[in-house]
Unconditional design. Structure first.
Length: 58
C-alpha cells in the first residue's frame, strides 16, 4: 500500500513538472512584444563619447 501511494506521488510530480514549462512559452497570434531603443554612453581610450543603441524587447 505504501509503495503504491509513493509511486503515485512521484508520477504526479513528474507530470506537473513537464506541464509547467509547456505553458510558460505560449504565444498567441496577437502577441506584440514591447520593444524600445536603449542608449548606452561610454568613452573610448582617447576620451571620446561613444553612444551604442541597443534594441531591447520584452
Amino acid at each position: 500500500m505504501r509503495k503504491i501511494v509513493l509511486s503515485a506521488a512521484i508520477a504526479a510530480v513528474a507530470a506537473l513538472s513537464f506541464a509547467a514549462p509547456s505553458q510558460a512559452g505560449y504565444y498567441s497570434y496577437d502577441y506584440q512584444p514591447y520593444c524600445f531603443i536603449k542608449k548606452i554612453k561610454t568613452y573610448d581610450y582617447y576620451g571620446n563619447l561613444v553612444i551604442k543603441k541597443i534594441k531591447v524587447c520584452k
